[in-house]
Design a binder for this molecule. Structure first.
Ligand SMILES: [Zn+2]
Length: 559
């Protein structure tokens, strides 16, 4: 038996789901309000017999592994680990030595976090400072905020007593090696700093960000904040501060609120906006966008309206647009960050998030003249992957500048020609499409059809059998496409139907319609391109495409 089979034989899918969602009995199945989209009546079903789950609201579904992947926001290997632990099935690590070291360092980091937390409790000055910033005790506990006292070897000596070596502490980024005339030794990296643990997506501490206490003017020269260096555990370009605490709400709200500082995250959660995360002292990266993309395609960024802030975020916005995100801007009062705003009046921050405007609308309100719009707004439009989205914004820009849409299209084309995609030129690459959480409608319908075929695998109906064979052939289905977990949706949808044949035919018709619509969109794109070039030599090609378009329209209407 493989690990997957072993785990499936030992665990009941209803128990696994029940660990995250309260289930109600519904005949032989269970139902619940879907954890992946917001709803008031249950459309999320779990079938122990089929070992699968399906939601009719958001069309997600699969087996226990895909459920854990979705709800924990992790990849397949991690879902295997999580369920393996639950089932008591040992998952052989890919590299034993590597894993051993990591686990050891995780324990070390956890000890350090507890050490800092205990020191915070002893120091009333630091507690008073946090209170003055508006942080409650409960919030400090939730985020594991601590304190690294003044001194060179406080943490070092504590960890030494726990039998960790200086080398291990250095590997974890907690100490720095010194070599002076008296010989070499290790000293604490974080001294006299308020400590914010940085966790990975499963909530394990992998690094720290330390903020200098405000009364230590001398140390401020080393930087108001210092972060852990890159270690085996810590790579700040792949982490988002607060992600493990925000992921459930991010998925539920279908939105991620992105801020700049740790204090902004802490205060935003305290104000009830628990889908808030921050980048830790980096520009937004592909890896970070990938983390978000598993849960939502919608990002709200906080800005005050000063030019520096707007400029600094622009790279990240362009990258996010390129990767299919929808970006909105929440405006906070000038010169304030979200943390200050919340301390003064939490409702102001909530209003800002709820009233966030689309980033391109925002930029169109900031920039007025043609030159600055061309320079600052058009690159974002050029970065949008959808032609339909693009044309929507181009129309807006054309209206604002009182120019023709064609002229704006021309400018957009220049941007693409000049720099390719600017983010790509800067060393970026596209997020692989398999991490895309939203399947196309066509793919969803294909899955439904596959599920139907598995469900009625042993049908005696000759016509139905023929239809299945034809569909398998027409759509190029392969044996491995037929996953048992797909059958649940069909069973729940069609088990009471009068004619299964009619139902199956209807699904196939919808798939064909969608295929034609895709072709129509492609043809329309090509026509638009040729029309913009306005070259006479392309006349024939243009006529051919228009002919294709009309034929496709006719086909669509006949279906
Ligand atoms: Zn759902």
């Amino acid at each position: 038996m493989t690990s997957v089979e072993q785990i499936k034989s030992r665990l009941n899918i209803a128990d696994v789901v029940q660990g995250y969602v309260k289930l109600q009995k519904a005949g032989v199945n269970f139902k619940a309000n879907c954890p992946f989209h917001q709803e008031k009546t249950p459309s999320f079903f779990v079938s122990p017999a089929r070992e699968s789950w399906h939601c009719f609201g958001c069309s997600r579904g699969g087996d226990m592994f895909s459920f854990v992947m979705e709800i924990e926001g992790v990849g397949f290997l991690d879902s295997l680990k999580i369920l393996g632990l639950k089932a008591g099935v040992e998952i052989t690590p890919l590299d034993r030595k590597d894993k051993g070291e990591k686990e050891h360092l995780h324990e070390l980091m956890d000890s350090a976090k507890k050490f800092f937390e205990a020191r915070l409790k002893e120091d009333s000055r630091v507690i008073d400072y946090l209170k003055s910033r508006g942080v409650t005790g409960e919030t400090a506990k939730k985020f594991g905020i601590g304190f690294a006292p003044l001194g060179w070897r406080n943490l070092h000596d504590f960890l030494k007593l726990k039998n960790y070596s200086g080398l291990e502490m250095e590997k974890a980024g907690l100490t720095i090696k010194s070599s002076g005339p008296q010989g070499s030794g290790y000293y604490d990296r974080f001294r006299n700093r308020i400590m914010f643990p940085i966790t990975n997506s499963s909530g394990l501490t992998v690094g720290f960000s330390g903020r200098i206490v405000p009364w230590d003017a001398e140390a401020e020269k080393a930087g108001k904040y210092i972060n852990s260096p890159q270690t085996v555990l810590f790579d700040k370009s792949k982490l988002l501060y607060g992600f493990d605490k925000a992921k459930t709400e991010m998925r539920k709200q279908d939105m991620c609120v992105l801020v700049e500082g740790q204090m902004d995250v802490v205060m935003s959660h305290q104000a009830g906006i628990e889908n808030t995360v921050a980048v830790s002292g980096t520009a937004l990266t592909h890896e970070q966008l990938n983390l978000i993309k598993r849960l939502t395609q919608n990002i709200v960024m906080a800005f005050d309206k000063d030019a520096a802030g707007i400029g600094a975020a622009s790279r990240g916005i362009e990258l996010a647009f390129e990767n299919g995100f929808d970006i909105k801007i929440a405006l906070v009062p000038l010169g304030k960050d979200p943390a200050d705003t919340i301390k003064e009046d939490a409702s102001k921050w909530k209003e800002a998030v709820l009233g966030a405007v689309h980033a391109i609308d925002f930029y169109l309100s900031v920039y007025q003249d043609r030159k600055s719009i061309e320079k600052n707004v058009l690159p974002y439009i050029a970065a949008l992957p959808s032609e339909i989205e693009k044309s929507r914004w181009i129309k807006k820009v054309a209206d604002k500048l009182e120019a023709s849409e064609e002229a704006v299209w021309e400018e957009i084309k220049k941007i693409k020609k000049n720099s390719g995609s600017r983010a790509q030129a800067a060393g970026g690459r596209n997020i692989p499409t398999e991490s895309h959480p939203k399947k196309t409608r066509r793919n969803l319908l294909m899955d439904r059809l596959k599920g139907f075929i598995i469900w009625q695998d042993k049908t005696e109906d000759k016509e139905l059998k023929e239809l299945f064979d034809k569909a398998k052939n027409d759509f190029n289905f392969k044996e491995e496409d037929f996953k048992e977990s797909l059958a649940l949706e069909a069973e729940l949808l069609y088990s009471g139907s009068e004619s299964l044949l009619t139902e199956a035919q209807a699904i196939i018709k919808e798939i064909e319609k969608d295929g034609i619509k895709e072709k129509l969109e492609e043809t329309a794109k090509k026509i638009k391109k040729i029309e913009l070039q306005k070259s006479d030599g392309e006349k024939e090609e243009l006529n051919r495409l228009i002919g294709d378009f009309q034929t496709l329209m006719k086909k669509l209407n006949q279906l």
